[in-house]
Design a protein around this ligand. Sequence first.
Ligand code: 9MR
Length: 573
Amino acid sequence: YVPDTGPRVRVNQVGYLANGPKQATVVTEATAALPWQLKNAAGTVVASGSTTPRGVDATSGQNVQTADFSQYKTQGKGFTLTADGETSVPFDIGANAAYEQLRTDALSWFYVQRSGIEISDAIAPGYGRKAGHLGVAPNQGDTDVPCQAGVCDYRLDVRGGWYDAGDHGKYVVNGGIAVAQLMSTFERSKVAASGKPGQLADGTLRLPEHGNQVPDVLDEARWELEFLLRMQVPAGQPLAGMVHHKIHDQNWTGLPLDPAADPQPRELHPPSTAATLNLAATAAQGARLFAPYDKAFAAKLLTAAKTAYAAALAHPAIYALGSDSTGGGAYDDADVTDEFYWAAAELYISTGEKTYRDAVTASQWHTADIFKPEGFSWGYTAALGRLDLATVPNGLPDRDRVRKSVVDGAKGYLAAVRANPYGIAYAPGTGKYEWGSNSAVLNNLVVIATAYDLTGSGEFRDGVVSGMDYILGRNALNQSYVTGFGERNSHNQHTRIYGHQLNAALPNPPSGSLAGGPNSYLQDPLAQKLLTGCAPQFCYVDDINSYSTNEIAINWNSTLSWVASFLADQGEG
Ligand code: 9MR
């Protein structure tokens, strides 16, 4: 299998900020510098220079050179870059409007992913569908869901929330990081110097809750928070206050499958300490963010957060099992000390109470070097707490050290961006890319961006701008991983809801859908068939069957939303 990678000059296919860094990567056999030319849409050469040889890149196995045209700052559409006899796909200079669009699309993506509500075709043209999983036949849930055999003898109404990914499962630990990143997209806009909260105000996204005076991104977050609250074990039951790890089908289903047509029995899986702490952390964050808009909801969130945290302390080691992966993903995690830290941090920021502050400062994660090359993720959440402790006002005695730790972490990721000829902010020690690697790249960009918010130092802002190039097409596959953005974009992502590749009557995923991205471990049959022996960047195929390289997921679009919002806020054309 030889993928079509198009022209050998690789660019950010969406475009470059007028006053930002601008680099292209040239795949070539030449080892000496080559001339490059930048042409405008009329084909006139507007800038030229010489490439810098970068040798053989380990992430792709390719000999590459970089062309730097940062000095050209005139806005326009349809530029191309030529080198070594090859011409790139067209791109814009002055991409701020595109990043505004990306922010809107990446965030509006969550509405279409909602469970338990009819998706309006007027709001999401082409994506309207019946409400999924409200107990209307052939659905069997989620309004009255039993536990798996032996787990509990009550039923819960756990309607709502978002479908996790390409499946119809709903998993608390992944809902947790995703909703946290949506809330942080909003919270950053309030606390960062370059933040523009007006851009996220009521009426800015494609969702139904317009006119309620609540910022749309918070409306979307609330849809998930309400679901997370429903997953909490009721008072009076064994393990009261704990949170069920997940709810999903009894057996895996095929695709495509409209949520409303899913006939599988739905089941609650056992409570876990990780899920409980995810509710504690996100409900605590929600409590402070919803306070200006809905005091009663904010109070409900805070009570749930405190109850959950106390339950987790009482049951600190109830782990989800890796073997529990029939009909849904396992999302197993046998170390929840990082989730304890995240939850304590959010509770402390929201309440200022000593008990949570003491838990923060006593945690091993408070001083640990948490910014590892592979980045944070749904199972490695200490960074979510650390970033908020650094950026959101609080009375922590060692706050300066906390802020410095984020800046130091960002320097490591910035070094990765600079060292890699494609500007990849992700350099795991194994040399292999993990499932959902695009989210790791973006989460590392969140850390770099946060360092910019903390210091105002332009090198961090430039690092985010450059690091985004990889996601939008400056890579070995010449692939923009975001549907609808860039000339050669991913559009056959693995999902049961859309599935155009399988049934032409169905749409592709909506604009703004991020693909999981290259996965060295080839964890699905198609990837195994096509990609064996791949260098990391080549371990990807834009095919609906490749769930381990090409799924969509809420925790991936959440970090895309955060970074797109940061970039849109930078202005500068
Ligand atoms: O994102 C998850 C990744 O970190 C795991 O390695 C992988 C295998 O357990 O599961 C991924 O999450 C999937 C989940 O299990 C089920 N819904 C789709 C998720 C995205 O692929």
